[in-house]
Write a protein that binds this ligand. Structure first.
Ligand code: PGA
Length: 227
């Protein structure tokens, strides 16, 4: 293990959870408790409608948290009813989760759409974090941050093994180049987080349901911060 001088991303994917009051309550509990090493970045990805207030609360508190979105439009600004243009989002977010399996399954998102979204994100200086479900999922051009999230592990409390996740990450780096940073997501908890971030080729975690609980998320951050 490389003593964790490597960059480590801890990303909370809240999915369609937390109204404004709940989101602000979470941020006010987690924000003051975190004191990160230089190589660690924590990004929270709430629903679109609370991004602005969450961002403001973090700025006012001066906390070490960044804000991301869970998606963005494959198009630029214009006549695209219901879509969130990257250019507008870039006021609030520094990263966007793209191509999550829940979007591919429930909203018919294709590899081509994901690639278009990556392009839009890049134009707006938002970091695209592309979720890939396995080694076969294509990584769009110019994308240097991906999350390996096997479908069987999402929301099931049945994670992949850290060893297998590391092997997938190694294979991806071999295929796309060592600049590719690979996160793991799928049933991450306080109990298993360290085993994953200790793997050489894993550069962080995408955390779903366990990130909703402020106390558990603080524990996950502290455990990873201490590795
Ligand atoms: P989970 O979700 O941690 O609830 O399994 C992860 C994700 O879907 O990004």
């Amino acid at each position: 293990m490389a003593g964790l001088a490597k960059e480590l991303w801890l990303i909370a994917n809240w999915k369609s959870n937390k109204n404004l009051a709940e989101a602000l309550d979470w941020v006010s509990r987690v924000g003051p408790k975190i004191n990160l090493k230089e190589n660690i970045k924590v990004v929270i990805c709430p629903q679109f409608e609370v991004l602005e207030e969450v961002k403001k609360a973090i700025q006012v508190g001066g906390w070490q948290l960044a804000v991301g979105s869970q998606d963005l439009s494959p198009f630029g600004p214009g006549a695209y009813t219901g879509e969130e243009a990257a250019q507008t989002l870039s006021e609030f977010v520094s990263l966007a989760i793209l191509g999550h399996s829940e979007r591919r399954q429930n909203f018919g998102e294709t590899d081509e759409m994901v690639a278009q979204k990556v392009e839009q994100a890049k134009k707006a200086s938002i970091i695209p974090l592309v979720c890939i479900q396995g080694k076969e999922t294509p990584v769009p051009n110019d994308c240097w941050l991906v999350a390996y999230e096997p479908i069987f592990a999402i929301g099931t409390d049945n994670p992949d093994t850290p060893q297998n996740a590391n092997e997938v990450a190694m294979d991806l780096k071999q295929k796309y180049g060592s600049v590719l940073e690979v996160l793991y997501g799928g049933s991450i908890s306080a109990e298993n987080c360290q085993a994953f971030v200790k793997q050489d080729s894993i550069s962080g975690l995408l955390i779903g349901h366990k990130s909703l609980d402020a106390e558990e998320f603080i524990q996950i951050i502290n455990l990873c911060n201490g590795v």
